[in-house]
Design a protein. Structure first.
Length: 350
């Protein structure tokens, strides 16, 4: 059986750290792992399957002999180094938004569109975390009843914004509980914006920068990526993305309108309970519903609170939760690598 040389780019980050964990338990046959990060981290050590691995500084030549490279070090790093990796024969699974909407680059959630991998020319994009968990929950319903409209509001954990945002939130919480009136806020809602606000004991209705139409880039990602993954530009999608002071686990209130009549809460529960990658947690009588705290550390997407809209017969509401660092990022990337192996697609056809 073929074994692979695998590289993780951004190995010290919130996502990269989880990628290493996911690879440790993956079915992907791994011959050798290379951990890459910035110059700052070169020489530091991590363990992989009990062995010490020294982190190396990322350069174009890092990819010599690499078969699969998982990227998670920000969009500009992917823009610069993913083509270099492909040039050297590696297949890239990119966690950033750098290539997601590029034609010819498959945007893949294996439970939904694994077949799209067959079209890859070296780079495969991993979708936005909030998009991934939503499409996992919607695809089985779409297959049966069609999907006309989606309106989603997210409650996104701070770990989606990286290690430094997690540390800043913890410090803000400590400072506020200590009675300080001024707390440091230098990262959120968006590292590149003019103003910053504390997240502790707060909710920020801005993730990423605003665009001219009043939506943020995060909201546009959810809208555009959903259509690309489902190969259907006609689905109406709207999103409001909100950062909440949760460490990990993105939650979403999702409202859908189906194309066909006839769905009931029971039929949707039945479909979702049998769908891949989904755990149904839906029993109001027992106060059973998905929660961020109980989803953390798990690979599945959790769905509950399924209700029929009180005015629209084909309208349904649901609550969708997943670990944003796992299914939303590292696990979906490793799953893509496993699918590439299964489909014999670990080679570059340019
Ligand atoms: N699918 C999705 O929705 C998600 C995608 N992401 C993507 O992954 C990226 C990383 O996210 P996250 O782990 O949260 O971020 P972190 O800030 O926690 O980690 C950033 C990582 O990138 C590395 N890095 C930074 N600059 C360089 C450089 N010049 N050369 C090489 N490595 C570098 C860092 O290394 P060092 O420690 O040495 O600085 C670190 O390993 C995000 O920018 C985003 O694009 C993230 C979350 C979810
Ligand atoms: N923006 C997401 C994480 C992320 O990095 O997404 P993207 O890869 O689409 O930029 C969050 O903050 O939760």
């Amino acid at each position: 059986m073929r074994e692979y040389n695998v590289a993780v780019v951004g190995a010290t980050g919130a996502v990269g750290t989880k990628m290493i964990e996911m690879l440790e338990t993956s079915s992907l046959p791994i011959k050798h792992i290379k951990l890459l990060a910035s110059k700052r981290s070169a020489g530091k050590e991590k363990t992989f399957k009990g062995e010490t691995v020294v982190i190396e500084e990322l350069t174009a030549d890092s990819f010599e002999g690499v078969d699969i490279a998982l990227f998670s070090a920000g969009g500009s790093i992917s823009q610069k180094f993913a083509p270099e990796a492909v040039k050297r024969g590696a297949v890239v699974v990119d966690n950033t938004s750098a290539f997601r909407m590029t034609e010819g680059v498959p945007l893949v959630v294996p439970e939904v569109n694994e077949e799209a991998l067959k079209e890859h020319r070296g780079i495969i994009a991993n979708p936005n975390c909030s998009t991934i968990q939503m499409v996992v929950a919607l695809e089985p319903i779409r297959k049966k009843y069609g999907l006309d409209r989606v309106i989603v509001s997210t409650y996104q954990a701070v770990s989606g914004a990286g290690v430094s945002a997690i540390e800043e939130l913890k410090q803000q919480a400590r400072d506020m509980l200590d009675g300080k009136t001024e707390v440091t806020a230098e990262i959120l809602p968006s590292a590149g914006d003019k103003k910053h606000y504390p997240l502790a004991f707060n909710a920020l209705p801005q993730i990423d920068l605003f665009t001219e139409d009043g939506y943020t880039f995060e909201e546009h990602k959810m809208i555009n990526e959903t259509k690309k993954i489902m190969s259907d530009d006609a689905i109406k999608v709207s999103a409001t993305c909100v950062r909440v002071p949760v460490l990990s686990g993105h939650s979403e209130s999702v409202y859908i309108e189906l194309k066909e009549a006839g769905a009931t809460v029971k039929s949707l529960q039945e479909i979702l309970s049998q769908a891949p990658g989904i755990v149904l947690e839906d029993d109001p009588a027992e106060q059973l519903y998905p929660q961020a705290l109980t989803a953390v550390g798990k690979k599945e997407t959790f769905v509950g609170r399924i209700r029929q809209d009180l005015d629209v017969e084909t309208g349904f509401h649901m609550w969708v939760v997943s670990d944003n660092l796992l299914k939303g990022a590292s696990w979906n990337s490793v799953q893509i690598a496993e699918s590439l192996h299964k489909l014999n697609l670990v080679h570059v056809n340019q």
